[in-house]
Design a protein around this ligand. Structure first.
Ligand code: PLP
Length: 397
């Protein structure tokens, strides 16, 4: 008799970003030069005062378990930060500190998903939404994000997908992989429409909330009191403070289910690394100039990459409003997204991700992360232009 895995394991997806990273590393190991525009993390170090706070916490003896929902001073710092940025009062008792934004996603989907339930999620979108929805046994209901709308969701598109079986609606603005930012008018309309569907919980993934460009406003769903009793906010330190490896995230839960979320944490990870939690306080309470500098650097790189992409025959790229991704349309090259991903990696030495890594509606697009230097971005684009000319792209003929 061989081992027998649970059936649900066959429904679990993955993030192909990690596969492309492995292929890029293997090519580098063979001596090939690779410019990595595949990776979804800031290319900056965590600011020094945050690192020091973690070191101090370790030296001060914070080596044991913390409360499962996180230390109170950190949950209070989260509440202060939300008040400062969004002018919204939240109770630190509704905050759960988690090891990365992904954990909020996993908990929220597992809490609502089961066979017969429907969960609406953005497509193209962060691949883990669809993966965990399927894992939970629920039916994934894709919400297509369209280039003609700047990849922002529209209220009508969302509301038309809600049925009596819908348990959870997932929204993400600013979005991965498209950089789409939903305007306030659409969010107002969505929230008004949700009044007719009180059975639907909402998970708003706002992990890129502090990264918007050209004066675009990030509108948090937390600022709508009428849905607070069914809103789960996903946020964290990974992107804002260049802390992806620290595994620090937080969620704000409705009062009625925060204890359930904490119970999942107790069953899963007990608590988040104690010293990292002290670093989290330093990040939120300390100077924010490193965040502003990083966002300014992303704004400059965004300008460079969007202009360079639009200059390539067969490629067109709408302005991403936020995050640090560009999502160009490559249909004019005559290649599929997968073909372009492979050609660019193997021939041009540029790692980017196929739009299909983010769902079926990503076909015909590629995701370029511009979390890399202007110099490297220009070099990547030079290589891509040359490779396409050599390969005789349909548009270049
Ligand atoms: N949500 C979105 C939209 C993301 O792009 C990511 C990471 O890429 C996450 C959540 C997860 O962040 P974390 O690294 O904190 O788990």
């Amino acid at each position: 008799m061989s081992m027998q895995l649970a059936e649900r394991m066959s429904r679990l997806g993955t993030e192909t970003a990690f596969e492309v990273l492995a292929r890029a590393k293997a090519l580098e190991a063979k001596g090939k030069s690779i410019v990595n525009l595949g990776i979804g993390q800031p290319d900056f170090l965590t600011p020094e005062h945050i690192v020091e706070a973690a070191v101090k916490a370790l030296r001060d003896g914070h080596h044991g378990y913390t409360p499962a929902n996180g230390i109170l001073p950190l949950r209070e710092a989260v509440a202060r930060d939300i008040h400062k940025r969004l002018k919204v009062e939240i109770d630190p008792g509704n905050v759960l500190i988690v090891p990365g934004g992904k954990v909020t996603m996993f908990f929220a989907i597992m809490m609502f998903g089961e066979p017969g339930a429907e969960i609406v999620y953005p497509n193209p979108g962060f691949p883990i939404y669809e993966s965990v929805i399927k894992f939970s046994g629920a039916t994934p209901v894709p919400l297509p994000l369209l280039e003609k709308n700047g990849f922002a969701f529209t209220a009508d598109d969302v509301l038309s997908r809600i049925t009596p079986r819908t348990r959870l609606l997932i929204v993400n603005s600013p979005a991965n992989p498209t950089g789409g930012v939903s305007p306030k008018a659409e969010i107002d309309k969505l929230v008004a429409g949700l009044a007719k569907h009180p059975h639907v919980a909402i998970m708003s993934d706002e992990i890129y909330g502090q990264m918007t460009y050209d004066g675009r406003e990030h509108v948090s769903l937390l600022s709508y009191p009428e849905i607070r009793d069914r809103l789960i906010l996903l946020d964290g330190w990974s992107k804002t403070y260049a802390m992806t490896g620290w595994r620090m995230g937080y969620s704000v839960w409705p009062k009625s289910i925060v204890a359930q979320a904490e119970r999942l944490a107790i069953n899963c990870h007990s608590c988040v690394n104690a010293s990292a939690q002290f670093a989290g306080i330093a990040a939120l309470d300390g100077p924010q100039d490193a965040v502003r500098k990083m966002v300014a650097a992303f704004a400059e790189r965004r300008r460079v990459i969007v202009d360079e992409l639009n200059a390539v025959p067969g490629i067109s790229c709408v302005e991403p409003g936020g995050a640090f991704y560009a999502f160009p349309n490559i249909k004019g090259t005559g290649m599929s997204s997968r073909e372009a991903e492979t050609l660019f990696l193997e021939q041009a030495g540029v790692a980017v991700l196929s739009g299909t890594a983010f769902g079926a509606h990503g076909d015909g697009y590629l995701r370029f992360s511009y979390a890399n230097s202007v110099e490297n971005i220009r070099e990547a684009m030079r290589r891509i232009r040359e490779t396409l000319a050599r390969a005789g792209s349909k548009a270049a003929q």
